[in-house]
Every structure is written in structure tokens, then in C-alpha cells.
Ligand binder design. Structure first.
Ligand code: AMP
Length: 502
């Protein structure tokens, strides 16, 4: 039997349902047998994969989990690919991670396998897995073994592979299970993309660690999710703010009778969580009105798992991400490299067993990302009484204008209160006189019209003059990545193109 805690724990839950997927129910025992088959097919003649990278391309569902577990049990490193990435992005990951084997869901096999073959990468087919021997001896896999590489798109340059070990994953899961009170009778809906930490650790990892039910649907769709809320005995829901916005929009467009039914369905949940991007306060309030749930907002990143969380019990402060999770050490460091005094802003630095091992094949970048063993997150925050508020990423959200440091997130929060504005994203655009100028990309509500001069006046009544945006760009939609996060470098590029055009 494996020494990977997530997998050894599964044996305790035997006949309990682990996963609901594609209309079928799979027990923990089935997951153990089926993942052993994946491991056996991967091993095919060798005793241990010894950290060979195995790229997996699956929608959210049972096959994803059994394949991920199979890779781990064979001693390999799982490299989950994004189902919506075009060929060049997939090729980049396959080459950068020096992937040795690929396994894809039937839906993607036709697309991925020829690419793999062209690149000389071995393909393991579903047929090979079905024929493999589930009783084959599997290697011992210890906590220090590398388990996963997740590609994270930096704000500059190409995505980097974030390597976590089994011990890192264990720590990332265990702290959340503890803080959010996960139990075997929990039941969570999983529809997040599974190439990202949110779905992998916070949803699947915690559910399967706890012996709970993970109800997996291939992708997010507001109607399907609301239907699941009504029809199944869910207790937990975790999503990014964009998903809550889409669910809220679907609710607002529904008939009063449907609205009542959907709101009623929310009563059975014990907890709803938001994270991976800032949760706008109006969104928190809108969701509270719709569902009766005050979202628990948390902060984390691919490199560190989750680090800060509002409490399960107790006050959840709007616009704040709470206190350090158990086992996670946090400090805020100012530009001079010293810890800041309470109430001043600084970079979040993190230490603890959940912090990743390294950036794949980038020793210099890894080294630059740490100082005295603390990981430099690049996120700026302030804290009061150990409760943190995120001001944004140093590189894109902290705007330096006329000698002032301004938080893009704070300005976005104000803009969202304007009745004509549906969505917004603020960036700093280079400027000879000011260093950077506060620039706001706006999506207006249906049929709303807005004069930039009037908006400037509106902002000046609510924000210090140096914080008020001076440039506006009107868009039909904000550019977002597969996780629904606004891609600020794209916003800056749109402003730059607009500047050149005019
Ligand atoms: P990722 O590695 O894709 O999960 O992205 C991590 C980044 O998302 C962090 O470094 C933050 O910039 C941002 N982030 C995550 N959670 C929050 C939050 N609750 N509020 C604001 N930003 C967040």
C-alpha cells in the first residue's frame, strides 16, 4: 500500500461514495482499484516512475482523479493540463516539464495524442489502463517525492512550473480540513478547472482526504450549478468571484418562483467559500441577499496553497481575507526589507510546510523568490489585529503615481459602486510626468451610457485626487483567463493600443 496520506486514508472509507460523475457513483474502494490500474499501465515493466512527468488532460470528473492518483501511486509527477488551452500553450508545458507520458480523456485524446507523438512522448491509452493488473506491486512513495507541477501564468514572461511534493500537498490539505471543519458527511460540488490549485487542493483534495463526496461536473454553467443546488444534498461550495457573479446574474434573470426555489436550496449548505481573486464587497452583499450565506473569503496561491482565511465561526469581515491558517507563518515586509508596523502595507511573505519546493528547472528564479526561507508572494497587504486586507499584486495592482502608492483593488471597489458600471479593472499606465497614471477599463451595464468627464467628477468626490482614474477605456468584456481571473497585462496592452490609435 502506498504511503501517500491521501491514498492511505481512502482505504478507511472503502464503500463510502467518493465521487459522483457522469451520472455514476464511485466508492473509495473503486477509486483505489482504478487508480492502481492507471499506475500499473504507467509502470509497464518498470518498478517506479521515479518522478517522470505525466501530463493529464481531463475535464472535471472521476477519470481525472483516478488518473492523478494513478500517476502518484506509480511514483510519477502529475502535470495537469488546461482543457481550454490551444495547441501552442499545451506544447509549451509538455516541452518545459519534459513530459514523458501523456494520458487524456476520450474527449481530448484525438487532439492531444498526435501532438504527443510528434514530440516523441509516450501515450497511455484507456484500453491499456483497462487491461492493466490492479494487484501489481506499486512503489513506496514518500513525502519528499515531487508530486505535481502546476503552471502559473506570471505577469511577465512564460508560465512557470510550480513543483509541490507529497508533503506539501498533505500540509496544504490538512490545514484547510482543520480550519473549515471538513467531515466525512460533507458533499461538495466540483466544477472548477483541474489544472489549478483551487479545484485540485481546496475541493478534490480536501473532500477525498475527509472521506466526503465530491460531486464532479465537467465545467461551470450557471443553470447546471443551480439545478445541482436544488437536486443534491450539497453541504459545501467553493468558487471564484466570477462564478458567484454568474450565478447571481442567472438568479436575477430567473422568475420569482425559481428565485425562491434556488434561494431555498442554499439553506442546506454549511459553508460557501470564495477565493483566487479579490471578492468585490458588492458581490459579497449580493450573494448574501440571494443565498443567505456570507461568503468566507480566503487568500492563497499556487506556490503556497492557502495562507489566510476568514473564520468558519465568527465574524467574516467584508473586503478582508482573515488570519493565517494553522501551520502557516506570515509576515508583511516593507520595501526596505523589514517587517512593517501594524497598519502599514507590506509584501506578504510565507513560511511553512505548505510552501512549494521549487520552480521547475528554474533554480535562479526559485532562489530569488525566497528570503531567509520566507517565500516572497508579490502580494501587498495590510493587517490589523492579525486580520489581513489584500491591496493587490505588487507588479500590476500597486500603482506608483506622482510619488503615491495606490491600490488598484481599492479603486475598483469604489468604481463598482457606480450605477452604470458592471465590471472594471484598474491598471497603471506608464507616463513621463506621473510615473504611472491610474487607468480604468470599464464594462457598462446594459444600455448604460457614461461620459468620461462626468465619471472623473464622480470619482473625485469619492477618491483622493491622485487615486482618481484619469484614463478610461470602454470594453464589451474584460479579458480573463481559464480561472475567470482578469488578465491585467491584457488590459494594459489594450490601453497601450488605444493610446497609439488616438
Ligand atoms: P493563483 O496562483 O492562480 O491561485 O493566484 C494567486 C494570486 O491570486 C495571489 O497571488 C493573489 O494575487 C490572488 N488572490 C488569491 N486570493 C485572493 C483574494 N482573496 N483576494 C485578492 N487576491 C487574491
Amino acid at each position: 500500500m502506498s504511503s501517500i496520506p491521501l491514498i492511505t486514508r481512502a482505504a478507511q472509507h472503502g464503500e463510502h461514495t467518493a465521487i459522483l460523475s457522469e451520472g455514476k457513483s464511485f466508492t473509495y474502494a473503486a477509486l483505489l482499484t482504478d487508480s492502481a490500474k492507471v499506475a500499473a499501465a504507467l509502470l509497464d515493466g518498470v518498478k517506479d516512475l521515479d518522478e517522470v512527468r505525466v501530463a493529464i488532460l481531463f475535464p472535471s470528473g472521476y477519470d481525472y482523479v483516478r488518473t492523478q492518483w494513478g500517476v502518484w501511486r506509480a511514483g510519477g509527477i502529475a502535470v495537469p493540463l488546461c482543457t481550454t488551452h490551444p495547441r501552442p500553450e499545451l506544447e509549451y508545458v509538455l516541452a518545459d516539464a519534459e513530459v514523458g507520458v501523456v494520458i487524456a480523456h476520450a474527449e481530448y485524446a484525438e487532439f492531444l495524442y498526435p501532438i504527443a507523438e510528434e514530440m516523441g512522448i509516450r501515450v497511455v491509452t484507456t484500453e491499456a489502463i483497462e487491461q492493466a493488473d490492479a494487484d501489481r506491486a506499486l512503489p513506496e512513495v514518500g513525502g519528499a517525492r515531487r508530486a505535481m507541477i502546476l503552471y502559473t501564468s506570471g505577469t511577465t514572461g512564460k508560465p512557470k512550473g510550480v513543483v509541490t511534493t507529497h508533503a506539501n500537498i498533505e500540509a496544504q490539505i490538512a490545514t484547510l480540513v482543520d480550519a473549515w471543519g471538513w467531515q466525512a458527511d460533507d458533499h461538495i460540488l466540483q466544477m472548477l478547472p483541474l489544472h489549478h490549485i483551487h479545484g485540485i487542493i481546496n475541493v478534490c483534495g480536501c473532500a477525498l482526504w475527509s472521506g466526503a463526496v465530491c460531486d464532479m461536473i465537467p465545467r461551470f454553467d450557471a443553470e447546471t450549478v443551480w439545478k445541482r443546488f436544488v437536486e443534491t444534498n450539497l453541504t459545501l461550495f467553493m468558487a471564484v468571484p466570477t462564478i458567484y457573479a454568474k450565478l447571481a446574474a442567472a438568479w436575477e434573470a430567473a422568475s420569482p418562483e425559481t428565485q425562491r426555489e434556488w434561494s431555498e436550496a442554499c439553506k442546506k449548505f454549511r459553508l460557501m467559500v470564495s477565493g483566487s481573486a479579490a471578492l468585490p464587497v458588492p458581490m459579497l452583499e449580493r450573494w448574501e441577499t440571494i443565498s443567505g450565506h456570507r461568503l468566507l473569503e480566503r487568500y492563497g496561491m499556487t506556490e503556497i496553497g492557502m495562507a489566510l482565511s476568514n473564520p468558519l465561526k465568527g465574524e467574516r469581515l467584508a473586503g478582508h481575507v482573515g488570519a493565517p491558517l494553522p501551520g502557516v507563518s506570515i509576515r508583511l515586509v516593507g520595501e526596505g526589507g523589514n517587517s512593517v508596523v501594524e497598519g502599514a502595507d507590506g509584501e506578504i511573505q510565507i513560511k511553512g510546510p505548505s510552501v512549494f519546493n521549487e520552480y521547475w528547472k528554474r533554480p535562479e528564479v526559485t532562489e530569488e523568490s525566497f528570503v531567509d526561507g520566507w517565500f516572497k508572494s508579490g502580494d501587498i497587504a495590510i493587517a490589523k489585529n492579525d486580520i489581513y486586507r489584500i491591496l493587490g499584486r505588487n507588479s500590476v495592482d500597486i500603482i506608483k503615481t506622482g510619488g503615491y502608492k495606490v491600490s488598484a483593488l481599492e479603486i475598483e471597489e469604489v468604481l463598482r459602486n457606480h450605477e452604470a458600471i458592471a465590471e472594471c479593472a484598474v491598471v497603471g499606465m506608464p507616463d513621463e510626468e506621473w510615473g504611472e497614471v491610474v487607468s480604468a477599463a470599464l464594462v457598462l451595464k446594459d444600455s448604460a451610457a457614461l461620459e468620461s468627464a462626468a465619471l472623473r467628477g464622480w470619482c473625485k468626490e469619492r477618491l483622493a485626487p491622485y487615486k482618481s482614474p484619469t484614463k478610461f477605456l470602454y470594453l464589451d468584456a474584460l479579458p480573463r483567463n481559464a480561472m475567470g481571473k482578469v488578465t491585467k497585462p491584457d488590459i494594459s496592452a489594450l490601453f497601450a493600443a488605444d493610446g497609439e490609435a488616438s
